[in-house]
Design a protein around this ligand. Structure first.
Ligand code: PLP
Length: 381
């Protein structure tokens, strides 16, 4: 079956008891046992909940992994993953990271004695050398990256990680499995903030880990229960409901983003546009190889810096100024003062997150309306 069919049918049979075509929201913290330890597979909802199970099986099937695990947030998923590694573990991570991921890595470095070395993962030769310099347990990347939409060659990254005996973990939040499936390219674990495209409607906070191999999946499932950062049955249902339309949403998001990118590229107020679908993107060949669609995220650097960025933001109304991304409605973000404010200025600017950078999460409104609004707002910059 093809992906858009699997979104609706993989691991989601009608409810056995009632025939309900959607899994019921099982709002129960605990489950009756007929005798001590005799039960129907469910004991306590931190360990497993039937609504969450359907979501988890669906996530595993869509990413092509042995095990899917749902969490209360993307960072809850990352916290649980980090619990896998003992004190002194060395992690190599791409320098271009979601701000909250960077903050959590730094916390683990300072507090729990984890060693974190940052690399430019677009430079895969140098990255491979850094991975082999001293033993590393994990190589952690996002692709496309946030907010600069740089791509990491995931096949090459998996080879580099495995040569160094490290796990490759890919944050697939920006692409979603409708666009890119890292486990098929050799990654060991995929992480999601399901808050974004998988949920897709800006109404739930959630996260996920999907492991390619069952052995690692079991270990992470053990940690999921031990740490306890699980989503509620209602939240699990909302993410599942979002998944059903993921395919057509990603197509619409990609069309919107392409329209916005064209307007930005045509404007003299803009010095650089970052979009994997652009013919000017330095990694457009890799984008075509690795991604089925360019996705809905575009960022642009304004020639006039922070003041121009603020003026542009004031001219946007269909794009709501807000953190987050991946919902059906368009959002716009000023990374330097919002999503990436926790990264020190020097570090931020060294990686290209300047005061003039604006990040667009292009929704599924009519692309022409989004393009018109950005064109008009740019005239006022
Ligand atoms: C939002 C986000 C996260 C964190 O997820 P939460 O659900 O907010 O905890 C991690 N990675 C990326 C790329 C994100 O966009």
């Amino acid at each position: 079956m093809r992906f858009n069919t699997r979104l609706l049918h993989d691991a989601q049979p009608p409810d056995e008891l009632t025939g309900a075509v959607n899994v019921p929201i099982y709002l129960s913290s605990t489950f009756a046992q007929s005798a001590p330890n005799r039960h129907k597979g469910y004991v306590y909802s931190r360990s497993a909940n039937p609504t969450r199970t359907v979501l988890e099986r669906s996530l595993a099937a869509l990413e092509g992994g042995a095990t899917g695990l749902a969490f209360a947030s993307g960072l809850g998923a990352l916290t649980t993953l980090l619990e896998h590694f003992p004190t002194g573990t060395r992690i190599v991570a791409d320098q271009d990271l979601y701000g909250g991921t960077w903050r959590l890595f730094e916390h683990h470095r300072r507090t729990f004695g984890i060693v974190i070395d940052y690399v430019d993962a677009t430079q895969i030769e140098a990255t491979g050398a850094e991975l082999r310099r001293s033993p590393a347990a994990m190589f952690y990347v996002e692709s496309p990256t946030n907010p600069l939409l740089r791509l990491v060659d995931l096949k090459a990254a998996a080879r580099a990680a495995h040569r160094a005996k490290a796990l490759l973990v890919v944050d697939n939040t920006f692409a979603s499995p409708a666009i890119q499936r890292p486990l098929e390219l050799g990654a060991d674990v995929v992480l999601h903030s399901t808050t974004k495209y998988l949920g897709g409607h800006s109404d739930v906070i959630g996260g996920a880990l999907i492991a390619r191999e069952a052995a690692l999946g079991e270990r992470l499932a053990w940690l999921q229960n031990a740490v306890g950062a699980v989503p509620s049955p209602v939240d699990s249902f909302l993410v599942l409901r979002g998944l059903h339309t993921l395919g057509i949403r990603m197509q619409a998001h990609s069309e919107s983003a392409r329209a916005v990118c064209e307007v930005l590229e045509a404007s003299s107020a803009v010095s650089a546009v970052h979009f994997p679908g652009s013919s000017h993107h330095p990694q457009r060949a890799l984008a075509r190889r690795q991604m089925a669609l360019p996705g809905g995220m575009v960022s642009a650097d304004l020639t006039g810096g922070g003041r121009a960025a603020r003026r542009l933001l004031r001219g946007l109304h269909l794009f709501t100024l807000a953190e987050s991304l991946g919902g059906v409605e368009s959002l716009v973000d000023h990374p330097a003062s919002m999503t990436h404010a926790s990264v020190p200025r020097r570090e931020r600017e060294a990686h290209g997150v300047t005061d003039g950078l604006v990040r667009f999460s292009c929704g599924i409104e009519d692309p022409a309306d989004l393009a018109d609004e950005v064109r008009t707002a740019l005239r006022g910059v």
